[in-house]
Design a protein around this ligand. Structure first.
Ligand code: ADP
Ligand code: MG
Length: 331
């Protein structure tokens, strides 16, 4: 009897390991949430992989419907429409996302703020601006931004924007959140491994079909297509905020397209920020926040948060990193 059990167990392992050898990697790119997504899954065969990807796409589309401020019927649009008028009851999912967003505002001292969307578009990043706005214009442009005025009532699950004209938007956290949710969804379907990449904000689980770790390359600031260092992303995420494409040059100074919501001025001094943490949502939001906070306060903040790391490139192409990142910046 014992022998039979041993034989059966042996047979079971043989079958399982045999199956593992056949795993395939299936990948698809698509435009979602106004950005390029790439979904990679490790599956038993191609057909299953493609079905899994389809399901993940539906999940991202569902999230987009909830957080889009363009879609007049979204819960987010409804909150914005009722700013200064009345609280709006929303789904538990959106309520929790806003609650977490406010917590990130608190720890970043308002550098990240979903009411950023209330800002007047004062700065132009297409070269059409030939004078600096006045101090009072700048102050006025951010006067409606204040995460403390995004009022949450847990009992009624409502959100109220206190001032008329206030708006919220998820531009700096939504991609990360969608990546996390797509991953969670695929994991719940039994997909053993994959990678969700939302234009550089990405999250992974498991390992590649070959058993190797998912890796991310840190670009060399002096030649962007060369990888400076490879870092493993094991059951975790990374997000990058960078100003390579859009910036504003004024009196020889280069300003980024990211505005400090507390002052109304475009930020400067940072070229790119990559945040490493378990969840893509936190990575996405903190990448924007550290970009706004700048090198010193940004690094200081990240060094205080357990399980979160940063690699920052300043405007002089110098690389800075938090204490838990293991690579040599002097090369
Ligand atoms: P990218 O879209 O390049 O990945 P981010 O993740 O930094 O960049 O998000 C940029 C978007 O987030 C902007 O288009 C804007 O809508 C919003 N945003 C910019 N700055 C802030 C901020 N300080 N707080 C919250 N949202 C912001
Ligand atoms: Mg972001």
């Amino acid at each position: 009897m014992k022998k039979l059990y041993c034989f059966l167990i042996g047979l079971f392992f043989l079958t399982v390991s045999g199956q593992q050898e056949k795993l395939v990697t299936v990948k698809r790119q698509m435009k979602l949430m106004g950005t390029q997504f790439e979904i990679t899954v490790v599956a038993q065969n191609e057909d299953i992989g493609y079905i899994n990807i389809e399901e993940a796409v539906s999940e991202i589309v569902r999230i987009e419907k909830m957080i889009s401020s363009w879609d007049a019927d979204s819960e987010t649009a409804l909150i914005n429409k009722n700013a200064g008028i009345k609280p709006v009851k929303v789904s538990y999912e959106l309520y929790s996302l806003i609650e977490r967003s406010k917590k990130i505002s608190e720890i970043t001292d308002g550098a990240f703020d979903i009411s950023y969307a209330s800002m007047d578009r004062l700065w132009k990043f297409d070269g059409s601006m030939n004078s600096f706005p006045t101090k009072s214009q700048i102050q006025k442009s951010v006067s409606k931004i204040d995460y403390k005025k995004v009022k949450l009532d847990p009992k009624s699950q409502t959100v109220f924007l206190q001032d008329a004209g206030m708006r919220i938007g998820f531009g700096a956290i939504g991609k990360g959140y969608a990546a996390d949710k797509a991953k969670e969804f695929l994991m719940s379907k039994g997909v053993k491994a994959g990678l969700i990449n939302a234009s550089g904000d990405l999250t992974t689980w498991g390992t590649k079909a070959t058993g190797e770790k998912w890796m991310i390359g840190i670009a060399n600031p002096l030649s962007k297509d060369k990888v400076f260092s490879w870092l493993p992303i094991v059951e975790s995420s990374v997000a990058t905020s960078g100003n390579y494409e859009k910036y504003l040059e004024f009196n020889g100074e280069r300003y980024s397209h990211i505005i400090d919501p507390r002052t109304g001025y475009p930020t400067k001094g940072v070229q790119s920020v990559s945040i490493f943490a378990k969840d893509a949502e936190l990575c996405d939001a903190l990448a924007t926040a550290v970009f706004v906070m700048g090198k010193d306060s940004g690094l200081h903040l990240i060094n205080q948060i357990g399980g979160v790391e940063v690699v920052l490139v300043d405007s002089e192409n110098k690389i800075h990193k938090s204490s838990g990142i293991a690579f040599d910046t002097n090369q």
